[in-house]
Ligand binder design. Structure first.
Ligand code: MUC
Ligand code: MG
Length: 368
């Protein structure tokens, strides 16, 4: 089997509830749908979310790197030769989510070619994945209302609170309001998206002690190496790396230098192949992992569910799988369902994301 054609389709779907956080804001999903066609007629699919404030990619740069560099290099290759594909992609630096999607789309091809679900090919551990919901910047009372709604409507009991780049008193108040309103059985963790200094993070942790926060993600820029190491040494809860660990190499550097002691895995940036490298590295070193969110659509969320549920270590913690609910629409033919706080792994071959062609025609912005 050979890769015959690679198509990158830019599209835009608005958010009904935009998400704001320390490093940016998302009001429209201006993503790229990737399709990899093979000479057998099998087509693999994946979604690409541009995050300029995280990886430097834009919708236009993603389309450009796929059309101009990845497609010419990959056409003619066998999708089963994943290591050759990886080496070809890695000749280009950065462009994380474009590379991640190529890998996911090729796994989708492999699943369809073998008649197997990618979930079973990756490891087939659990039939579903527990959901964590990400709470963006809002007044504390509105945060509590949103969390309570996700609890009663979807059975969600784990919440990530976005903090950072605003007076720390606001963040501390939000932590207290959520803990008091939600009770002790609900899990809460924080993500500052580099919005604090290491000292501010230490101060917030001191003033939220006793609230039972599960962990803190990307408190400050990992380049502030000494401050960050001091924070990791002093903190009584794990410090997870996210933006600082976009590849397996970055994860090993941050773990070994004491910049973090937990790893957020995102299939949107490391696909399935490199996500397995990050996972093996983390479990080998004995640090916790969890499945993060790149403010994914339903297509991206399915990829996270498939990878997260396929492995034991990523099934221990809830994965961030609910922010597609804030979008006005999606491209998936069969909408994803969150029930009793979980999303089930789709049945059938491949990754499991079937596209609604009418919706794609409606939301694509390339004039085709
Ligand atoms: C996160 O964990 O940082 C914010 C922007 C993005 O793309 O993902 C997030 C969530
Ligand atoms: Mg994060």
């Amino acid at each position: 089997m050979k890769i015959e054609r690679i198509v990158a389709i830019p599209y835009e779907i608005p958010y009904v509830r935009p998400l704001k956080f320390a490093s940016g804001e998302v009001t429209t999903a201006d993503h790229v749908l990737l399709r990899i066609h093979t000479d057998t007629g099998i087509v693999g699919v994946a979604d690409i979310p541009p995050r300029p404030y995280t990886y430097g990619e834009t919708q236009a740069s993603i389309v450009s790197v796929i059309n101009g560099i990845f497609a010419p290099a990959l056409i003619g290759m066998d999708p089963f030769n994943r290591q050759s594909v990886q080496q070809t992609l890695r000749r280009t630096v950065h462009n994380n989510t474009a590379k991640g999607a190529v890998d996911i789309a090729l796994w989708d091809v492999i699943g369809h070619a073998t008649g197997a679900s990618v979930w079973s090919l990756l490891g087939g551990y659990a039939p579903s994945m527990r959901v964590s919901h990400m709470l963006g910047f809002k007044e504390p009372e509105l945060l509590l209302e949103e969390a309570q709604r996700f609890g009663s409507e979807y059975g969600v009991t784990t919440f990530k609170l976005k903090v950072g780049r605003r007076p720390i008193a606001l963040d501390i108040e939000a932590c207290h309001v959520l803990r008091e309103g939600l009770g002790e059985d609900v899990q809460i963790y924080l993500d500052a998206n580099r919005g604090w200094t290491a000292n501010e993070a230490i101060e917030v942790l001191r003033r939220t002690e006793g609230l039972g926060l599960a962990f803190l993600e990307e408190p400050c820029d990992a380049k502030e190496a000494m401050g960050r190491r001091r924070l990791v040494e002093r903190s009584t809860i794990p410090i997870f790396g996210d933006e600082s660990v976009p590849t397996a190499g970055d994860a090993s550097r941050e773990l070994l230098s004491g910049g973090c002691d937990g790893i957020c895995i995102k299939t949107a940036r490391t696909g399935f192949t490199e996500s397995q490298e990050v996972l093996g590295l983390s479990t080998g070193l004995g640090v916790d992992v969890y499945m993060g969110n790149q403010i994914d659509t339903q297509i991206g969320t399915i990829a996270t569910v498939v990878f997260g549920a396929a492995h034991e270590a990523t099934s221990r913690r809830a994965g961030e799988l609910s922010n597609f609910l804030d979008m006005a629409d999606d491209l998936l033919a069969e909408p994803l369902v969150i029930r009793d706080g979980r999303i089930e792994v789709p049945e059938g071959p491949g990754v499991g994301a079937a596209i609604d062609e009418e919706k794609l025609a409606h939301y694509r912005v390339d004039g085709a």
